[in-house]
Design a protein around this ligand. Structure first.
Ligand code: SF4
Length: 325
């Protein structure tokens, strides 16, 4: 059976960008493949190493977000990266054979380092793709969900695995990309949706907060007065309609907007109602999972299931590298 592996860093509450960018594909994949999803707490340290708040608590919060979004722990294996020590062991071994130039040419390495207000001139941050390769190879994944912007990361993982196979005459699988279509959802202010810009809609926003946020969204900035015709293509809000409202509603909104028959206030009311329908099952799952108090149990059970897979790969790797007889 094809095996899918992916993870997410516990760096804060999940927003709609995270949901449509990754989580939605996790939920689709858990029924198609044998799937392992891990909370990448060690990865969080590659950029947030100086943060003092508890990674354990942040990991629990991320798991809760996954569950309320609809990920089902009976359909997939969910665990925490640091609970399986083989991730770090394999990353160390892979680091021995990964050329420095491969890591330095990863497009996001330079970009993130320059844009970040954190000091990221560290060995750990440069080695991020090696740890990511270890995460994938440890479970011999054959499928990895990726957005367009992460294809370069997957390619370097494939190159490292090829180098392992070539150097040690192993036949470990090179994972294929499961490409995810990511809708372009801007934040409330029209910039990229991001926790750091404080412009995101979170999965756990209550109906009141959601309503306030929808009301505050920027629209077509050229439409100054209600009597001005608008242009949905220039409006940051319209892609939300395309995602949450029906196609009949989208057509009506387009017509009403371009003929100045529909005002932005009413358009936002329609969007809020459409979004509430999407959020309703999430609100129900919040109540359900909050009552259960079994987050730690889910992670512990997941680690028990993931561990033998990791040990089996490490046996192959240690033997191939001459560390075991
Ligand atoms: S009516 Fe709707 S689509 Fe048109 S500019 Fe206003 S918010 Fe955007």
């Amino acid at each position: 059976m094809m095996r899918c592996v992916s993870g997410m860093r516990p760096t804060g509450a999940l927003h709609l960008g995270n949901y449509f960018g990754a989580l939605q594909s996790f939920i689709a994949l858990e029924r198609q493949y044998e799937s392992l999803f891990f909370i990448a707490d060690i990865h969080a340290l590659t950029t947030h190493y100086a943060d003092k708040d508890s990674l354990v608590e942040r990991s629990r919060n991320l798991l809760l977000d996954w569950l309320i979004a609809g990920l089902d722990p009976t359909q997939c294996t969910i665990f925490k990266q640091s609970d399986i020590v083989e991730h770090t062991e394999l990353a160390l071994y892979l680091g021995m054979i990964t050329p420095l130039s491969w890591l330095e040419r990863v497009p996001t390495y330079k970009e993130v380092r320059e844009e970040s207000d954190r000091d990221l001139s560290t060995y750990g941050f440069l080695g991020y793709p090696v740890l990511m390769t270890a995460d994938i190879l440890l479970y011999q994944a054959t499928v990895v969900p990726v957005g367009e912007d992460q294809l370069a990361h997957l390619e370097i993982a494939r190159e490292i695995i090829r180098r392992v196979n070539h150097t040690y005459r192993t036949s470990l699988p090179e994972p294929q990309a499961y490409k995810t279509e990511i809708p372009k959802l801007m934040g409330l202010d029209g910039r990229k949706m991001s926790k750091s810009y404080d412009n995101a809609i979170y999965l756990r926003d209550t109906p009141d907060i959601l309503e306030k946020k929808v009301r505050s969204m920027t629209t077509d900035t050229k439409r100054v007065k209600r009597t001005d015709a608008g242009n949905p293509k220039e409006c940051h809000l319209f892609p939300y309609h395309e995602l949450f409202s029906s196609s009949a509603q989208c057509s009506e909104i387009c017509e009403g907007c371009t003929k100045a028959q529909l005002g932005c206030v009413d358009c936002k009311k329609i969007l809020y109602t459409s979004m509430l329908k999407f959020f309703q099952p999430i609100y129900e799952r919040v109540d359900l999972w909050n009552k259960k108090d079994i987050l730690d149990d889910i992670l512990a059970e997941g680690a028990v299931k993931a561990k033998p897979l990791a040990e089996s790969t490490m046996h192959i790797i240690r033997q191939a590298m001459g560390l075991n007889e």
